[in-house]
Design a protein around this ligand. Structure first.
Ligand code: NAD
Length: 316
């Protein structure tokens, strides 16, 4: 019998890349449920819209009644990407983050409790661990949960709910926590797309604070291959860190992109730092490497060139 998975948030950045990846690299049939918020773009699904193994529902995962329509069949797994994701927006207003990220996740857990799906992969973030100093060791799956902004707090809350459903009901759930993704289809409000699209238009590129905040960068397709392994081989109740082994300051990222585009450094425009801006994220992904042999394969230089080409094609 054909195996079905439910992807939530599949019109967004990582979700749409994941569906593309899975249609090419697995035999699953895929249902995508997305609310199509400002961040969801149906254009992100155009490459597989007519694929016979794919179907789409527009619904809000925070609304149980709306969500019922997608459970006309039983799924092997739900892979939950749907979320409000922009930290700056969460600082202005946290409510949508609680609805989508916490209530939405709780609803999915309830459908699994009703055996409408066999397992849940919760797509979380390294941001739930909080911030590191430059000389501190990378986060492991055992690091404490210490979110510092409303976005990461909502994701951490969802992780704790998922954990509690494993502990209480022995529900087959797993959590993945990845570092910053980059690649095609990301909303232009996010850091790397903003740099590329502004540079292409010779517009100022805003840089928070001293520009020395450090992020670990993971090419989105590497993230998708890691999720595929967790989906097929992960043990319920486990957490898996997924990192890019590629720490860079924000300023380094901007300079790299400006250099590739042949644009001047004076496009950089220093702006007041984000409130509660985490200094450094770094992720230890030995567990997924040891268990499944996974490691990132795309270097930052390769990945960023592919990303730039995609935005040039769309915006150039
Ligand atoms: P995104 O903002 O590009 O896409 C989110 C998608 O979810 C959109 O299509 C949106 O319409 C949909 N959505 C939002 N609220 C919904 C709701 N209530 N019901 C149904 N659909 C809804 O986000 P992304 O960057 O692709 O991130 C996907 C997941 O990965 C998120 O859970 C995020 O927390 C996590 N994550 C992302 C990154 C990153 O670097 N992008 C890093 C770590 C973790």
């Amino acid at each position: 019998m054909q195996k079905n998975i439910l992807v939530t948030g599949g019109a967004g950045f990582i979700g749409s890349n994941f569906i593309s990846y899975m249609l090419k690299n697995s035999a699953y049939d895929i249902t995508n449920v997305d609310k199509l918020t400002y961040a969801g773009d149906i254009q992100n699904t155009k490459d597989f819209l007519t694929n016979k193994r794919y179907r789409f529902f527009k619904a809000d995962i925070a609304d149980k009644d709306q969500l019922k329509i997608v459970f006309d069949r039983k799924y092997e797994a739900i892979i939950n990407f749907a979320a409000e994701t922009h930290v700056d927006r969460s600082i202005v207003s946290a409510e949508p983050f609680i609805m989508a990220n916490v209530t939405g996740t709780l609803n999915l857990l309830h459908f699994i409790l009703q055996e409408k799906a066999a397992k849940l992969i919760q797509i979380s973030t390294d941001e739930v661990y909080g911030s590191l100093a430059e000389d501190e060791p990378a986060f492991t799956e055992m690091s404490s949960i210490s979110p510092n902004n409303p976005y990461s707090a909502s994701k951490a809350s969802a992780d704790l709910l998922v954990r509690s459903y494993y502990q209480t009901y022995k529900l087959p759930v797993m959590i993945t926590r990845c570092s910053n993704n980059y690649g095609p289809h990301q909303h232009p409000e996010k850091f790397i797309p903003k740099i590329i699209t502004h540079a292409l238009q010779n517009k100022e590129i805003p840089l928070y604070g001293d520009g020395q905040n450090i992020r670990d960068w993971l090419y989105v397709e590497d993230h998708c291959s890691a999720i595929h392994l967790v989906l097929d081989h992960g043990t319920p109740g486990e957490v898996f860190n997924i990192g890019g082994a590629c720490e860079k300051t924000n300023k380094e990222v901007i300079l790299h992109i400006l250099d590739l585009l042949g644009k001047p450094k004076d496009l950089i425009h220093h702006v007041t730092d984000r409130k509660g801006h985490d200094r450094r994220y770094s992720i230890h992904f030995e567990k997924i490497h040891t268990q499944f042999g996974w490691r990132p394969t795309v270097t930052f230089d390769e990945g960023i060139k592919k990303t730039i080409n995609w935005y040039k094609h769309k915006w150039g």
